[in-house]
Write a protein that binds this ligand. Sequence first.
Ligand code: ATP
Ligand code: MG
Length: 314
Amino acid sequence: MQFKDLFPQDVYETVRERFELLARDTTTSFESSIITRYGLSIDVSISAGIFSSAGRDQYIGIFRDITEQKKSEELIRENIRLKNDFISNVSHELRTPLFSILGFSSTLLNDWDNIDEDTLREFLGIIHSESKRLSSLIENVLTISRIDSGKVAYKKELTSPGAIVAEVCRNLSIRAKEKKLELQLDLCPSPPDIDADPDAMKQAVINIVGNALKFTPSGGNVHVGLSKKNNHVQITVRDTGLGIPEKDIDHIFEKFYRVERPEHEIEGTGLGLPIVREIIEEHDGCISVESRENEGTTFTITLPAASATKEREP
Ligand SMILES: Nc1ncnc2c1ncn2[C@@H]1O[C@H](COP(=O)(O)OP(=O)(O)OP(=O)(O)O)[C@@H](O)[C@H]1O
Ligand SMILES: [Mg+2]
């Protein structure tokens, strides 16, 4: 193998120039990629020197494999990029309700005497709902960053999935009634227990049923089902709502992703589903979605049944 064959064609010229510029009794260090004798391309750090020995110039090169180091550096760069994207997304999302609160509250402060009672109520209503939005955004951001940094310790125990979905439906039934939506619950007889953190699981189901209620116009229907399948339980949430366009469906689990719906002003931060996915995957389960625009959406959560040997704690 010749020196030239070590380097990919486009790199060789640069390396050759570096070696040619090398003055006698000096050294140089640089990074390059080389091709191993097995044809693999690896990253190396090269320290090279030229020395005279017995009247002849001799090159010495020390090659150190830094492929793994490069991969780690790339991973760190990618993480920094994601973190920066996250911060800029959060700041952007925080700004909107915050500006609204600032604007309306300063109008109230400056113009209190000239504002009639109806306007006063309207402005206070806006301040209140924007504050609620801000608070749920902060909650979601804290949850997702706790999950991302691996700080969430799930307290798994034998849990009844029927009790979870029933409680979520009970809690959300007021929201459904207010919006004139039918919320149906359909539990199979004696579903197996799951090994789950009840609070986290409740949060996941709330997010999915909450979405179904949010994205289904009045008069529609939301059906929550629990069934058993082999050694698994399945929670399905089916709605007759707006549906998700095909181009968006692969992205809805990404942080801050929201389907653009200029004709409907629907609040949200785009963190609900990423949180659900994290929770479900941490419980060795999976989540899938099927949807048709303007017809409806079905989310299916599949979780392993707790092993038969596990006993419910007293
Ligand atoms: N049942 C559904 N029907 C139609 N679209 C949905 C449904 N569930 C989710 N989506 C779409 O997926 C997007 C992402 O959902 P996600 O729950 O992450 O965010 P969000 O509900 O907009 O905000 P957040 O949950 O953070 O308040 C939503 O903005 C919506 O466009
Ligand atoms: Mg949501």
